[in-house]
Design a protein around this ligand. Structure first.
Ligand code: SF4
Length: 174
């Protein structure tokens, strides 16, 4: 089957040995294309063009994955710019990485240290700070609600012209 044009299918490149215990591995084994719809596909702007239902399913699976923190640390320290890892998108991973760095942990290559060491250090930090994951998740929910509210406002009819054209009507009710 042809890949959807405009999308990249790059996730398998990041497979490491801990991935043998990954929940998503079963999906990739059964149908790489289907699994890509859930975990990988993004457009070049890094947005989420995937049906939100697929993404929600993938997030739920990540939440119960036994190697969630390894996956998240690997993708963040490895600078992976696409997809869902550990149930987190790129911007969320970056937020977690920044939190850890401000706590003295070496996550990014610009901060030095080899990749394996950074992954392990960051994974240990994640393990010790479950509240950081919760904070990033709740921030995502808050942003989503704000986007929905803004969308609803954009969809509301603009009544200003109507109110101007009916300016004298209220007087009829007095
Ligand atoms: S956390 Fe999610 S993306 Fe990562 S290995 Fe597990 S199921 Fe796959």
């Amino acid at each position: 089957m042809a890949d959807s044009s405009g999308f990249r299918r790059t996730r398998p490149a990041s497979v490491g040995d801990w991935r043998e215990r990954a929940e998503c591995a079963r999906f990739y084994a059964a149908s790489p294309l289907w699994a890509d719809r859930m975990w990988t596909f993004e457009d070049s702007a890094g947005e989420d063009p995937v049906d939100p239902v697929y993404r929600t399913m993938a997030r739920r699976i990540c939440e119960s994955c036994p190697v969630r923190l390894e996956c998240l640390a690997d993708a963040t320290a490895g600078g992976i710019q696409y997809g869902l890892f550990g149930g987190f998108r790129r911007n969320q991973r970056r937020a977690l990485g920044n939190m850890a760095e401000s706590d003295g942990v070496t996550v990014y290559s610009r901060s030095g240290g080899d990749l394996d060491a950074r992954i392990h250090e960051f994974r240990d930090w994640l393990r010790a700070h479950p509240e950081a994951l919760k904070r990033v998740e709740s921030e995502e929910r808050r942003l989503k609600q704000a986007r929905r509210r803004a969308q609803r406002r954009r969809n509301m009819p603009d009544n200003r012209a109507f109110e101007q054209s009916t300016g004298d009507i209220p007087a009829l009710f007095q």
